[in-house]
Design a protein around this ligand. Structure first.
Ligand code: SF4
Length: 61
């Protein structure tokens, strides 16, 4: 997993953080944690992409 981006429009539902707390942190909006190990959590990131109700998580493999 090369890159994970949160596009504008996050409604702070918390789903991504619930699914992959090692990668996502939801404060005012969702953020990708600075030192997140994207390769170690590829499947969870894909799960979060699918779970996001407003489809704002984008990932590049
Ligand atoms: S799942 Fe989507 S809407 Fe919910 S906190 Fe994460 S990025 Fe925001």
């Amino acid at each position: 997993m090369k890159k994970v981006v949160i596009n504008p429009g996050c409604i702070t539902c918390g789903a991504c953080e619930f699914i992959a707390p090692e990668v996502f942190e939801v404060t005012d909006i969702s953020h990708v944690k600075k030192n997140a190990d994207l390769n170690a959590h590829t499947q969870l990131i894909k799960d979060a992409v699918l779970a996001c109700p407003v489809n704002v998580i984008e990932c590049e493999e």
